[in-house]
Design a protein. Sequence first.
Lengths: 304, 135
Amino acid sequence: MVLPDSIRPHWPYAPRFASVNGWRMHYVDEGAGDPVLLLHGNPTWGFLYRDFIPILTGAGHRVIVPDMIGFGLSEKPTREHAHSLDGHGANLIALVRKLDLQRVTMVCHDWGGPTGLSCALSNLERMRALVVMSTWAWRTPAAEFHTRIFPWRTMHAPLIGPYLLGKHSALAGRGVYLSVVDREKFRQRAQSAYEAVLPDPASRLLTWTWPRWIPLDDAARAGERFDWLESELARCTLPALIVWGREDEVFAADVFATRFKELLPHAEGPELVTGRHFLQEDSGPAIAERIVRFLAEVRRREGI
Amino acid sequence: MSVLVTVIDPPDTSGKRRTLVLAEDRVGHYPEFRAFFERTFDLARVGLSQPGYLNVSTGGTYELVFLGRSAEPFPSGIEINAIVSALEPIDEERVDHEIWAILRWVIEGVGPPWTVQDLDATGRLYRVPAAQGPI
């Protein structure tokens, strides 16, 4: 895997690898203090959090940013059946246990939500706090965007998914581009970083596999896991922060951030920032600084 | 002029090779897609005994290999092979346009709510060259 030279100044972190649940996972591990785990989704990788890392480490936190198996610099399985929601949850649990992380703040975005919350809610004794951004944790209703034939269901339909998202990299390239606010800045500074780590059609398998795991009806494959996530989240008392993109058209704030607030009424937020679905691209430093303030308040409440 | 896709009898493959151009592990993700292939190629009767074949009016011939998976309705997956001269590299641009034509043929066969217009619009949105028009 070769990162473009233009990317390296923005991603100077030492690559680390761990064997998790039978797969080779790449992650970065910077700073010292209580750990903050930054979780990306489809089709991004740890690079999405490049603006978070110096701010969080500078505020006295240890920051761990794993690349989901199938994305970034992690191993990329070549068979669709290698991927499942529970399998990805188990991958994260393996990493948390391998690094023996305690007092973890789990920061979840997109599929980093269902996977990260599966990990957090089944390992509460290791958790300290939750941050959720543009994600979900329940079976239905799905986002209106995800129910539409054009473009969402068409782009990952049988045969069309492998063609459009595989051969033509529709999600890793133009898909992310369309889901940020400042598209020109994204094109100049970041788009090549997302495209470079998914260079071949086979490497992009998870980009059309994840959309097929989004529950749209009662027959959804991961329906029971989403039901469990919703019920466990409603019982969760961990300190929580909800951050959302004001311009998010995929997981609209008035529906999804509101639902998280209903499940986690004690949570701070929703804090609205400039951003579509990939809000870290438009408001990375602002979100990181908000997390620093949130964790300072958590620390104050803990009396430390 | 639109590109025509036609189901054909098994072609003569002497001096040819099969080259994999597209694979789908989960053709039943939306069951109406699997149903389309089942009825178009009479798969309830034919099963695994023979592939399906397509001719594209721009000149290409394609083989559809139907895959079975335990505990799932047949077919569970599909591999599409271009049948080309044994030692000649493929014409990548032409094959890409012909795959697009096959996808349009599939969507037309699956029928509503799936439409060729939505497929074309999706292709244009994501700037797929074949969706912009003929070679």
